[in-house]
Write a protein that binds this ligand. Structure first.
Ligand code: M6R
Length: 611
């Protein structure tokens, strides 16, 4: 949530700041701003909306300086206005901030009591005042910051400058990452490695409760007491994820098409991972899965894998609920935390709650060196590459495929001989990238159907078992980017209430199983599921809804549905991923046809680092 960038070096900071902000824009795009520091003082430019609005304003000025800071905002405290945009200034101090100062109201009162007036509605301005109060007393910037930190509650990262020393930038990290990079003596600070990647491939991330002081060509790291840390800090190679659109109109579509590779790489890296084989599987008989949004949906899908393939019990929680709930977790529980970014505040808080209860924790994340990966006992990485679009696509399917491979390996390690899925499953896991590629060939057909459904008032995704969980993911994707009403229900539940909502303006999407063999009716479970879905189909058909069936390739479903995009024949554990791909394509096309902002849906941000 929010992206921050800082630059001090021997060149003009402006282009570093604007280019860096564009890299970070996926983190928040309500407004953006920069401050440039020179001997002539501080120059601040801010604009509501995306970074291009700021860039336009900046292009009309000829800003020059030694250093600068920039920010792209996802509004939490205060409306989306220029006045609430960062950088914020109080007296001499200018800063940009990511995260939340939880006790800002009481701090604000204290500041106002000493006669200071705040100009914005943000918690950030409080921070600027607190530091300014200390520098006014004569403390150097670093000292002033260490005097303020004990007064703050919450997780935050900020970068601050004092015009008395305009070549120096100080960055602080408390529970929210802040990266430091060196590009030929130009020092950069950024909310993530992506913000640095255009300028350098060397950097490191500050540990929580660390402060960095940067000057051109050098940096020093301090603890929160202001003591220089003696540890050796090495600049590590930053990942070189491509952030080009390479011919796609939007990142979301590019990322949808990257899924065969993401899934292939995830499995390839997983099976080479020493961490996988060192997991003490025999210690655990229960899995508690947690995440937010799509990541939680991946957990819901994986619950079926752990229960059916490994034979352990599994529960799934919203990460945001876990720390407040009373859970019947036993010591033999493995808590699995799923997060693309590895920085989602709710998921981190669930991790910490689990650790406080003495439970073993395994994180599944896409970001090396993320807080989640560093704080959990064990970590396995998806290899989806950088996901820029706010709507999660390749991260989700990579998570599901990793969790499936994990369940497979677990059942193998504990020698669960009764697991009848193992022998059949492996070829399907290997075939998955190719099957995703085949599913992507439905792209044009899905767009054509989306055109027909432009005026539909509501969308109901219905499934049974694991396909209900995929239906939840499809509904989330559609809501998120097309702003249409979309809901998911277990197919059998529809008649217990939601059926009242179905009419001729509704679209009902039936996620049905095709079955493992291609000959869908030969498997009794497939047969049973398909029969029950036939009942659901008739219930909605008689209410006049538009019916769209995914999966089951039988004359019945073909005949009774208005539309019918077939899926490749796959295993019932890999099939959910193929259904998801159809859901992603549909959400994309409907949103595109409606003219919605695909990669940056309103009110959202890619990584939610506030609780
Ligand atoms: O980075 P994370 O995986 O922890 O993010 C979790 C959710 O915020 C995320 O999946 C969100 O629901 C997506 N925008 C859904 O497309």
């Amino acid at each position: 949530m929010c992206g921050i960038i800082g630059y001090t070096g021997n060149e003009n900071p402006v282009s570093f700041l604007i280019k860096g902000l564009k890299q970070l824009e996926y983190r928040g795009y309500d407004s953006a701003g920069i401050a440039v520091f020179s001997d002539n003082g501080t120059h601040i430019v801010r604009a509501v909306g995306p970074v291009r609005n700021l860039e336009h304003k900046v292009s009309k000025l000829s800003l020059q300086g030694f250093s600068g800071i920039g920010h792209t905002r996802w509004a939490t405290h205060g409306k989306v206005t220029e006045g609430n945009s960062h950088p914020h200034q109080a007296g001499r101090i200018t800063l940009v901030h990511n995260g939340i100062i939880e006790n800002y109201s009481e701090l604000k009162e204290q500041i106002e009591q000493i006669g200071r007036t705040l100009k914005s509605e943000t918690d950030t301005e409080v921070l600027a005042h607190l530091i300014d109060i200390e520098v006014e007393k004569g403390f150097l910037l670093l000292e002033a910051i260490t005097r303020v930190i004990p007064k703050l509650r919450g997780s935050y990262a900020f970068v601050v400058s004092d015009p008395e020393d305009p070549r120096c930038l100080i960055g602080v990290s408390q529970g929210i990452p802040l990266w430091v990079g060196n590009s030929n003596g130009n020092m950069l600070l950024s909310s993530d490695s992506r913000g640095l990647s255009l300028f350098t491939n060397e950097g490191f991330v500050l540990k929580s409760a660390e402060i960095v002081q940067c000057r051109p060509g050098s940096f020093q790291v301090f603890d929160f007491s202001g003591h220089l840390t003696t540890k050796n800090i090495s600049l590590t190679q930053l990942s070189n994820d491509s952030s080009e659109l390479v011919g796609f109109e939007h990142y979301m579509m590019k990322e949808i098409y990257e899924q065969p590779l993401a899934v292939l790489n995830t499995k390839a890296k997983l099976i080479q991972s020493a961490q996988l084989y060192s997991l003490p599987f025999k210690l655990w008989d229960h899995v508690q899965l947690m995440g937010c949004g799509s990541a939680r949906h991946a957990g819901l899908v994986a619950k079926h894998y752990f229960e059916q393939i490994v034979g352990v019990t599994a529960t799934v929680d919203y990460a945001s609920e876990f720390s407040d709930c009373f859970n019947h977790t036993q010591p033999s529980t493995l808590v699995i935390l799923i997060s693309q970014s590895g920085e989602t505040a709710d998921t981190l808080s669930a991790l910490r709650a689990a650790k406080n209860r003495g439970l073993a924790t395994l994180s599944i994340t896409n970001r090396k060196q993320s807080s989640l990966s560093l704080e959990s006992d064990f970590c396995l990485f998806t290899e989806a590459g950088c996901e820029i679009s706010v709507a999660s696509t390749k991260a989700f399917t990579s998570q599901v495929s990793l969790l499936l491979a994990l369940a497979y390996e677990w059942s193998y390690q504990i020698e669960r001989v009764e697991s009848s899925f193992r022998p059949q499953l492996n070829p399907y896991l290997s075939a998955l990238p190719e099957q995703i590629a085949q599913t992507l060939q439905r792209d044009k057909q899905i767009r054509f159907i989306a055109e027909k459904l432009l005026s539909s008032r509501s969308f109901f995704f219905l499934g049974r078992g694991v396909l209900f969980n995929v239906a939840q993911e499809c509904a989330l994707k559609l809501k998120e980017i097309s702003y249409c009403f979309a809901e998911a229900y277990p197919a059998g539940e529809l008649k217990h209430g939601p059926l009242a909502l179905i009419d001729k303006d509704s679209t009902v999407i039936l996620l049905t199983t095709r079955g493992s063999t291609g000959d869908s009716v030969s498997d009794p479970l497939t047969h049973l599921q398909q029969d029950k879905m036939k009942n659901t189909l008739q219930e909605v058909k008689s209410r006049g809804a538009f019916i769209w069936t995914w999966g089951a390739d039988t004359p019945y479903f073909r005949q009774e549905s208005h539309e019918f995009p077939p899926l490749p024949s796959s295993h019932r554990f890999t099939e959910p991923i193929l259904h998801t791909v159809l859901g992603q394509l549909f959400a994309y096309h409907l949103a595109h046809l409606k003219g919605a902002e695909i990669d940056k849906p309103r009110n959202l941000a890619k990584s939610v680092t506030v609780e």
